[in-house]
Design a protein around this ligand. Structure first.
Ligand code: AMP
Ligand code: MN
Ligand code: MN
Ligand code: MN
Length: 281
């Protein structure tokens, strides 16, 4: 069985249209898929009807509503996946609207900082890169690359946009408890995304998990993109210790040699519960 509860489309910072993400998932033989764009469900909405048509019972691919919310906890930017929530629920709509505005205001702040560093026109440039997509730092990086300010996207992050750099603006994100609350209110499953990407100490990560769980969090992403078997085992142990359900995802954004393709084979579960059990009929 292949599943994937963490993918991006061009509704945020992915390269493929939502329909192309779905086509890739079909080709790979994925049976359960969530498109989890950053702070938007616009991509999911474009393909939501795909398996909701007559005869859907025979469709081998089921698409689950999804989103990847940005938030802060203890001064760190955290990503929380919302799965299978009612996208039309008032709490979800209000939350998504708040984050739309937050991303716009944050883009202005990032642009101001880049202008101070001697890169005028950053806002217009990044907005042109984003087009209809939910704007984020990758659009600034793409603009800097296009302008020749950097040689690679990685260099743009390393020097100007990544963790601790001027373009790393997190002042606009809601609190972890708030976004988990929206997902729960809308009947969804909150999953703590890529726990190892926050580069926390073991102690701090456990405090994060406790706060996430106290807010109503249910799942831990034990496999996310490229990681070692040891890392997966470590995250499974954490899930077990805190009695969290297991989730897995590729965090697919685009074809690249270092990224992962759509579709994840779940790790051995050994008495653990998985978020997707509720969607297998
Ligand atoms: P934002 O959502 O605006 O905070 O931007 C974060 C996104 O930037 C992540 O979801 C990644 O897709 C992308 N990203 C982070 N670091 C890098 C990097 N070093 N190179 C390219 N993309 C990155
Ligand atoms: Mn991304
Ligand atoms: Mn993320
Ligand atoms: Mn992601």
């Amino acid at each position: 069985m292949l599943v994937d509860f963490h993918t991006h489309s061009d509704a945020s910072d992915g390269a493929l249209a939502p329909s192309e993400v779905v086509a890739r998932a079909r080709e790979a033989g994925v049976s359960l898929l969530a498109i989890t764009d950053h702070d938007t469900v616009a991509g999911y909405r474009q393909v939501a009807h795909t398996t909701a048509v007559a005869g859907a019972a025979e469709d081998p691919l089921r698409i689950i509503p999804g989103v990847e919310f940005s938030c802060v906890w203890s001064g760190v930017t955290i990503h929380v996946l919302g799965l299978a929530m009612d996208c039309d629920h008032a709490a979800m709509q209000a939350g998504l609207a708040q984050l739309d505005e937050a991303r716009q205001a944050r883009a202005q702040k990032i642009a101001q900082r880049l202008e101070k560093l001697g890169f005028p026109g950053a806002l217009e440039g990044a907005m042109a890169q984003a087009g209809d997509s939910q704007i984020g730092r990758p659009h600034f990086a793409a603009w800097m690359l296009e302008q020749g300010h950097v040689d690679t996207m990685d260099a743009a992050f390393d020097r100007f946009l990544g963790k601790g750099k001027p373009g790393d603006v997190k002042a606009f994100w809601p609190e972890l408890e708030t976004v988990v609350g929206w997902i729960v209110a809308a009947g969804g499953v909150p999953v703590l995304a890529h726990p190892l990407k926050y580069r926390m100490t073991n102690m701090k990560l456990q405090r994060l998990i406790l706060a996430f769980q106290a807010a109503g969090g249910l799942g831990l992403e034990v496999s996310s993109g490229r990681q070692t078997a040891d890392q997966t085992r470590y995250l499974q142990q954490l899930a077990q210790r805190f009695d969290l359900e297991v989730s897995v995802g590729s965090d697919f954004h685009r074809d690249s040699t270092y990224g992962t393709a759509i579709g994840v084979t779940p790790p051995r579960m050994e008495g653990m519960r998985a978020v997707w059990e509720r969607w297998i009929t």
